[in-house]
Ligand binder design. Structure first.
Ligand code: FE2
Length: 362
């Protein structure tokens, strides 16, 4: 066992900066079934932005929006559209973690800070990673509330869809930058490269990409990092970089223990998913062997299956959830398999290319 040189407990929360936090909160409550559990803004003494905390099992999302001109995040929102600003890590010791990260080459974003109220105190800091994304380092061991001082508790329950935790978060970076950020996660945060995919693994007739999956010391934080590779046409990563205006978070994978239930609920509420041809399901028994689920049901819902040495997994990808072809979600159900669905890449990328062709961006 190698030593964990940067102990991280898990992803604490994912924070989006958006133009209208109230509408985003409503969307995620009514599609993904999140509970709205916290609010901050003018009514809680915050003068320049408003935000909502959404929770479902171990998943915490925050949606924040500027509420007056001149807010420091306004230019980034104008550039990227609604975007993932922060993948926050829960750590044991914020001060140690921030100093260690800076000593190892990270650029600081927020100096260690304490927020305190009647429910206790929270310590946090933040460092920059690729593009306009930061990693907040947070410890809430001495806080009894849902998030941190400044949030007013809310109780607007959503109708949950069985999603349990964040499985992985994927970053798209520019051509030639994947290895730069792989080294950054190794050097600064002690991550290890779990798996690499090259353009032979991830290519279709037209497009290709390269990907390396990085994982933290305890294996609970998994970050695939993608860069475009040369193809006959524009790759989905190039499309992302163009419309997003630089590197950023491509997708967030949410883990469920019942993917048929989760996807049925999402479809009933109008969430659109990538589809694969019916022939995918004709070949499925030969490719993955015996599985617990009824293949006709999976085919009906468009759920994909892949097998590795340890078991199998089921997964599906939404279409982009913003106007721009940028951020999307994955729903993943792991039955032993700890991998990422390599056997589905080809079918998926052909599906993405059909969507790109409709957008005129292939
Ligand atoms: Fe994924």
């Amino acid at each position: 066992m190698s030593q964990d040189t940067f102990p991280i407990r898990k992803v604490d929360h994912v924070r989006h900066y958006v133009n209208n936090a109230r509408q985003s909160a409503y969307f995620y409550q009514h599609t993904f079934g999140f509970n709205i559990t916290g609010f901050y803004g003018l009514e809680t003494g915050i003068k320049d932005e408003a935000g909502y905390l959404l929770e479902q099992n171990d998943i915490k999302l925050i949606f924040s929006a500027p509420i007056r001109p001149g807010h420091p995040m306004a230019p980034a929102i104008a550039e990227h559209g609604d975007f993932v600003r922060d993948i926050a890590f829960e750590v044991d010791d914020v001060d140690w973690a921030y100093k260690a990260a800076l000593d190892r080459g990270a650029q600081g974003a927020v100096e260690p800070t304490t927020k305190e109220d009647d429910l206790g105190k929270v310590r946090y800091a933040a460092i920059h990673t690729y593009g306009n994304v930061i990693h907040t380092l947070i410890n809430r061991d001495h806080y009894k509330g849902h998030m941190w001082p400044g949030f007013r508790e809310m109780n607007e329950p959503g109708d949950g869809i069985g999603i349990q935790e964040i499985d992985h978060c994927v970053g798209n970076v520019e051509l030639g930058k994947m290895n730069v950020w792989v080294k950054w996660y190794e050097d600064v945060l002690g991550f290890k490269n779990l798996i690499s995919f090259d353009d032979k693994d991830i290519s279709t007739e037209y497009t290709s990409l390269m990907s390396k999956v990085m994982a933290n010391g305890n294996g609970r934080v998994k970050f695939p990092i993608n860069e475009p590779a040369a193809g006959k046409k524009k790759s989905q990563i190039d499309e992302y970089l163009e419309f997003f205006g630089g590197p950023g978070v491509q997708h967030v994978a949410l883990r469920t223990d019942d993917i048929v239930y989760t996807v049925s609920r999402l479809r009933a509420r109008g969430v659109d998913f990538l589809s694969v041809p019916k022939s995918y399901y004709d070949m499925l028994p030969d490719r993955v062997g015996k599985i617990d689920e009824d293949i006709a049901v999976l085919a009906d819902l468009g759920i994909l299956v892949d097998r590795d040495d340890e078991g199998y997994l089921l997964q599906i990808f939404t279409k982009p959830i913003t106007d721009r072809p940028t951020l999307f979600y994955e729903i993943i159900h792991r039955k032993g398999a700890q991998s990422f669905g390599k056997g589905n890449f080809k079918a998926l990328f052909e599906s993405i290319e059909r969507e790109q062709a409709l957008r005129g961006t292939l």
